[in-house]
Design a binder for this molecule. Structure first.
Ligand SMILES: [Zn+2]
Length: 341
């Protein structure tokens, strides 16, 4: 052994002794829910001042120290990471939950090194944007990840997660009820606007599920997981979005003509005629309240419309379609207003 390694190992030993000063027992019992964990007190003291204080405060080693407000499984995941010095590999929902458990508890018990490792692993994997465990995770895990990215103030990752949540609501991969409860702005010490926006999409997805009932005037809260106030918001959105569509269908967007447009009036008239005719069509394959898909379909039909291709200069057509696209984007941003949220 070289002098320097001897010195460093002696230093490490004295540091450990110092960290564990006052701790008499090598092993202590910690009780979480009904489970008693026999833990290595030296290891925990070394890793965290919070644990050290806890052991010093509870000197009687014959009694287990009760940790409240915790799940035994979650704590067991933390102990596994501490004892193996490793993190769960992100393969599926289960391993994602385990990693989130480790990250959250390492923060709670101020186990800084483990916390930094777990947090940076999660952030890097979210940033990759393609890990199957992340992109197919449950609403609960998604909400836990949102909490982390907000805590570290990573705006791009926050936007990515909120966007993923939104589109997975529309594709029915995630249930709207979970979003309605988890995305309540009152749960978050943060700007309420992104959460209101997400809530708007959750209510929209809920409304689309009960649309046939609403259209035929039936009751929507029988056998439903929705609360009474939630059904009122849904009804509110239903009526508001019906009116919204009527307004959209009757007002073709105005657009800027190209300097090369020789007959602006004729150009505008062609746009108006085709717009009103397609927007009015009963054959648009989505219910009137499904403004998001309906306006997307309207855009597609107008883009492919042969009459417009022949009657409008390319730039005019492009500008007109852009204005329509803006209406769709505006709807996506302001859905929550329709549901009075
Ligand atoms: Zn024109």
């Amino acid at each position: 052994m070289t002098i320097s390694s001897m010195t460093s190992s002696t230093n490490a030993l004295s540091a450990t002794q110092k960290e564990c000063e006052g701790i008499k027992d090598l092993f202590r019992a910690l009780k979480v829910e009904s489970v008693v964990f026999r833990v290595n007190a030296t290891l925990l003291c070394k890793a965290s001042a919070t644990f050290k204080k806890m052991f010093l405060r509870n000197a009687d080693s014959t009694k287990p120290i009760v940790l409240r407000g915790l799940k035994a499984q979650k704590f067991s995941n933390l102990l596994w990471s501490l004892s193996t010095s490793s993190l769960p590999q992100l393969l599926d929902e289960k391993s994602l939950e385990r990693l989130l458990d480790v990250e959250e508890l390492a923060q709670r018990f101020a186990i800084s090194q483990l916390h930094i490792r777990a947090e940076s692993t999660l952030l890097a994997t979210i940033a990759q944007g393609k890990n199957p465990a992340i992109i197919s995770c449950s609403s609960r895990s998604l909400s836990r990840m949102v909490k982390i990215v907000l805590r570290v103030g990573n705006q791009p990752l926050f936007s990515f997660l909120m966007q993923m949540w939104t589109w997975r609501l529309h594709s029915r991969e995630l249930h709207h009820v979970h979003a309605m409860r988890l995305a309540q702005p009152s749960r978050w010490a943060h700007d309420p606007r992104p959460f209101l926006k997400l809530l708007g999409h959750a209510f929209y997805a809920a409304m689309m599920d009960v649309e046939p009932k609403l259209a035929s005037g039936q009751c929507i809260n029988i056998n439903s997981t929705l609360t009474q106030p939630e059904t009122i918001h849904i009804r509110c959105g239903y009526h508001s979005l019906r009116s919204w569509w009527d307004q959209i269908a009757s007002q073709p967007p105005l657009y800027e003509h190209s300097p090369r447009c020789d007959h602006p009036e004729r150009c505008s008239s062609a746009w108006r005629v085709r717009f009103e005719s397609i927007a009015d069509m009963e054959s648009l394959p989505f219910p009137k309240v499904d403004g998001i898909r309906r306006i997307q379909e309207l855009h597609k039909c107008l883009k492919d419309d042969l009459f417009l291709t022949q009657s409008m200069p390319v730039t005019c057509r492009h500008n007109a379609l852009q204005e329509l696209q803006k209406r769709r984007e505006n709807l996506l941003e302001t859905l929550h207003h329709h549901f009075d949220l």
